[in-house]
Design a protein. Structure first.
Length: 439
């Protein structure tokens, strides 16, 4: 490395964001993820024993995936190589692997290859890694914010341990903040900072478990606030709000948060919890989720989980979809909330979906049944010669517009697909059907 490159690297290091400067170098400095790096837990033991295996570090941004990889690099006797899936291709992978083979062959030295954002590698790029991971030429450590069970090839995934990192707890973030304010070498310890408790609480809240957001927002607040005549930099709630602007819910429209949040929303409606329902709805609206997607899920829940216990729920849900289509957002949040709350508080019955799925299962798995002659179509000339409609009883010719007769095909006459619940409107349906059968 020449003197100009050294000078550039030194400048980049000094001017790096606070989150990069405060990155822990050892496992003892690491904050959070005690289920992985706590004393006696898997990663702690593996690092201390220098027995690293291929792994995928999966978790939200700012939870320490890259930091853990660097800690492994600092504590192992293996050679460490780093690639970014954003900027690297198959050629870069092959170069690393060729060097890894040479080091293993001539020096008996193994190589760890860290790939950041491994989910961005396409199938061909991931396939290029597979034989070398399998043979042990390289130890692969991948980091991803996307669910590896969806984004990483199954063959590659089967050769790696998946370690899940969680959002940092409030106490973890508080410890990081205090460390940053007192560290004079890498942090903000050389600044005379006075930050009130309200600002600290707000900063931790909006960071949403992301250490990077916490530290970089804190740095912006300190560096952008002039000191007073005594050299004191006072950070108040207004300053922190300006540094962060608007808190956005952690949400990825194509990944886990999208599916997990809509799942929580539907289960809250199904579970008759209006408060949870409106919370998850608010999270999706705040994150910019497609309102028609939300409305479609309310329609499904209205039919699947409410059904005939309250037939009006489906009408309200469909009306909400139409309303959102007409008026758009942000006003569309109101009919969405109205429909979601109606479905959440309505009596519940899944009898409709149980009925149709039971019928479909029989149709798929049992012998195909023929339509009984008395039910066959008679609206064409000559149908009577075929016996169609013979002995059919027209219900409206009888009292209460009902007459018992067989409507199910031969072999299915004892089937009971629809079993009305005793909830809401469906209780009346159940009583009426029972009375007709009795009479």
């Amino acid at each position: 490395m020449d003197m100009f490159t050294m000078a550039m690297e030194d400048s980049l290091k000094r001017n790096a964001p606070l989150a990069d400067r405060m990155r822990p170098q050892t496992i003892n400095e690491f904050v959070g993820q005690q289920h992985l790096i706590g004393e006696g837990n898997f990663l702690n033991r593996a690092i201390k024993a220098d027995r690293i295996t291929s792994m995928i570090l999966f978790g939200p941004p700012g939870t320490g995936k890259t930091t853990l990889a660097m800690i492994i690099a600092n504590s192992t006797n293996m050679r460490f190589e780093k690639l970014s899936a954003v900027t690297s291709g198959v050629k870069d992978i092959r170069e690393v692997i060729n060097k890894a083979e040479e080091d293993l062959k001539f020096y008996n030295k193994r190589t760890i290859l860290f790939i950041d954002e491994i989910h961005r590698f396409n199938k061909a790029q991931q396939d290029a890694l597979l034989p070398f991971v399998e043979r042990g030429i390289i130890i692969l450590i991948g980091a991803t914010t996307e669910n590896p069970y969806f984004e990483v090839n199954k063959a590659l995934l089967s050769r790696c341990m998946v370690l899940t990192l969680e959002h940092l707890e409030r106490q973890d973030l508080l410890n990081l903040l205090k460390r940053a304010l007192t560290d004079k070498e890498k942090g903000l310890g050389n600044y005379n900072v006075d930050i009130d408790q309200d600002s600290i609480d707000y900063l931790i809240t909006v960071a949403d478990g992301d250490a990077r957001v916490l530290l970089n927002s804190l740095e912006i607040g300190v560096l952008s606030t002039p000191s007073d005549e005594k050299g004191l930099i006072k950070i108040d709630l207004g300053t922190i709000r300006e540094c962060i602007q608007v808190k956005k819910a952690i949400y990825d429209k194509d990944g886990d948060e999208h599916y997990d949040t809509i799942s929580a929303f539907i289960k809250s409606m199904r579970g008759t919890d209006p408060n949870a329902t409106i919370y998850w709805l608010g999270k999706m609206i705040n994150a910019g989720e497609d309102p028609k997607f939300i409305a479609r899920r309310i329609i499904i829940c209205a039919s699947e989980d409410v059904g005939n216990a309250d037939p009006t729920a489906l009408q309200v849900a469909v009306a909400a979809f139409n309303a959102v289509s007409i008026i758009g957002m942000p006003e569309g949040r109101i009919p969405l909330a109205q429909a979601a709350l109606y479905v959440a508080t309505a009596p519940k019955s899944n009898s409709s979906i149980v009925a149709i799925d039971g019928a479909l299962d029989d149709i798929k798995n049992l012998e195909t049944a023929r339509v009984p002659l008395h039910l066959k179509d008679t609206h064409y000339k000559g149908s009577e010669k075929l016996g169609h409609g013979k002995d059919y009883k027209y219900p409206h010719d009888y009292p209460f517009n009902y007459i018992p007769q067989d409507y199910l095909p031969e072999g299915f006459k004892d089937k009971e697909y629809y079993k009305p619940s005793e909830n809401g409107f469906e209780q009346g349906i159940k009583e009426r059907l029972a009375k007709l059968k009795k009479d």
